[in-house]
Design a protein around this ligand. Structure first.
Ligand SMILES: Cc1cc2nc3c(=O)[nH]c(=O)nc-3n(C[C@H](O)[C@H](O)[C@H](O)COP(=O)(O)OP(=O)(O)OC[C@H]3O[C@@H](n4cnc5c(N)ncnc54)[C@H](O)[C@@H]3O)c2cc1C
Length: 484
């Protein structure tokens, strides 16, 4: 139970740090309070790899956003994670907003964003014919992209585990103590661990977990954003990420394609005061999205909504990312206040944290043995018919479609069940294999996946099957045995 490094928080930031520690000869434990990785903001966001014109120049956020964007494409290719560099447009609906576009353009240039430029109304219409009539100009950033955010996290965590790292879920950290020999004792709901160094990457709990070891000099301001996810029938309506001008609440409501071929609209912005983990959605905020998104793209068919969801931003009282060794607490590091563009920046946050640790005197010897930072994953529906035929001939499980909406095969679900961080719930299978993401939201494939999960588990009672987090049991009682 003794590790060189313990990382607390298995969102995309913790996973990026774990992934970037693979080349070093150190024992690393990645902990999370949830039963899977990517259960915080990482699974519920806009999924945009921002170009980097939004953060103020000379901030850590600006630097890591542009660098993260640059790294993301190769990283996703190496990890078989869906990514598309589709470009983004910020719309101006008035002359005042046109001036704001100019400011964003200058910021983008100062931050090193490549090929950024403004478009007049005609150029904009040519690029995006469905754009709302009120839009008079736009800022075009071709380097912006879209990604599968939870898969970016999961892939890095899986490769970390495959290379000898350890992930433990259901391990909420409840105390951190610095011992006389300068090591740390970390008490969690899954046991007690010792570490030479600790890294905190705790999202909206960053200030609370920092408070376990020192008084925090910042506060997290948890800010919920709600979304519509529309069916694939709407997915081709826009080809770029369509933003409106940013305001005091953030980047505003966007309309964007997703890497799965759907359309996403949102988010709203609402500070949470009581239950900071409340990811419910509200009719009033969803109505707000409809009104705002309709200005950007006129003919969105809201009847084709497949899901509403919300995520909670780790906004903070500091207007930048906080990535540092905790003051007066040698040996413990943190990545806090990682609000948007945290996802886009994450490919650069891991390497930044590793460099920071080295410059703080943490000894990270290079591994002498082999390691492999890549992951291969079968995405059956993205293959050509020829590729599919070869695969099915080798392994007939890839020829049996289980999720009809998304075309996910039994072979892909089996791969997910056998992956380095095995799924423990129906939604964990969804995050790995893409099942239940379509129109029926798992209505048809759910029972078959439950059977497959049961076959995998030691405890074979259906009562143990979860929809998602602990406590979300799918079945509550076993009434009678039914003969079929
Ligand atoms: C609505 C919304 C839209 C966004 N859109 C974008 C976007 O388009 N592009 C972009 O770049 N960024 C976007 N972001 C920001 C991005 O999602 C985050 O910056 C990123 O996911 C942060 O990752 P993280 O690992 O820091 O946090 P998280 O993913 O929240 O992970 C933190 C983890 O810490 C764990 N944890 C907390 N406390 C403890 C404890 N005591 N013990 C053990 N584990 C603990 C949590 O369970 C959680 O899994 C958006 C965010 C939101 C909410």
């Amino acid at each position: 139970m003794k590790y060189d490094i313990v990382i607390v928080g298995a969102g995309v930031v913790g996973a990026s740090i774990a992934y970037n520690l693979i080349p070093y000869d150190v024992s690393v434990l990645l902990l999370d309070k949830n039963n899977d990785v990517a259960m915080g903001a990482t699974r519920a966001n806009s999924a945009i790899i921002h170009a980097g014109y939004d953060p103020k120049p000379d901030t850590l956020m600006a630097k890591l956003n542009v660098e993260g964007n640059r790294l993301c494409e190769d990283l996703c290719r190496n990890l078989s994670v869906p990514f598309r560099r589709c470009g983004s447009l910020v719309l101006a609906f008035s002359d005042a907003e046109k001036e704001l576009l100019q400011e964003l353009l200058e910021r983008g240039i100062a931050n090193g964003v490549s090929d950024i430029r403004t478009l007049n109304q005609e150029e904009l219409r040519e690029m995006e014919p469905e754009i709302g009539e009120e839009a008079i100009a736009a800022l075009y950033a071709p380097s912006a992209g879209i990604v599968n955010p939870w898969e970016l996290c999961l892939a890095q965590a899986e490769v970390f585990v495959r290379n000898g790292g350890t992930f433990i879920g259901d391990a909420e950290v409840t105390s951190i103590t610095k011992e006389e020999d300068s090591s740390f004792t970390i008490e969690t709901k899954a046991g007690i661990f010792e570490a030479t160094n600790v890294i905190l990457a705790c999202g909206i709990q960053a200030d609370t977990v920092h408070g376990l070891i020192a008084k925090p000099d910042f506060q997290i301001v948890p800010t919920r954003g709600e979304y519509f996810l529309l069916d694939k029938s709407e997915g081709g309506k826009v080809n770029h990420v369509i933003f409106q001008c940013p305001n005091k609440d953030g980047k505003g409501v966007l309309v964007s394609p997703t890497v799965h071929g759907n359309m996403i609209c949102g988010p709203t912005s609402e500070i949470l005061k009581d239950n900071i983990e409340d990811t419910s959605t509200t009719s009033s905020k969803l109505a707000e999205i409809k009104t705002k998104a309709a200005r950007s793209v006129g003919n969105i068919s809201w009847r084709d909504n497949v899901r509403n969801f919300s995520g909670i931003r780790a906004n903070s009282t500091v207007d930048d990312f906080i990535i540092r060794e905790i003051p007066d607490c040698n040996g413990i590091f943190e990545a806090a206040g990682i609000k948007s563009p945290g996802l886009a920046s994450s490919p650069a946050i891991g390497p930044y944290m590793v460099d920071l640790m080295k410059s703080s005197g943490v000894v990270l010897p290079a591994k002498t043995g082999n390691y492999d930072m890549t992951r291969k994953k079968i995405h059956f529906r993205d293959m050509s018919n020829e590729e599919r035929a070869i695969l099915v001939a080798e392994d007939p499980a890839y020829g049996r479609i289980v999720c009809r909406c998304e075309g996910v095969t039994e072979g892909e679900i089996r791969d997910a069940l056998e992956s380095p961080i095995p799924p423990r719930s129906l939604d964990a299978v969804k995050r790995r294999a893409g099942t239940g993401m379509g129109r029926c939201q798992g209505g048809f494939c759910g029972p078959r996946i439950v059977e497959m999960l049961l076959a995998q588990k030691e405890d074979t009672s259906p009562l143990s099957i979860l929809q998602d987090a602990e406590g979300s049991n799918l079945f509550y009682t076993r009434e009678t045995e039914v003969d079929v």
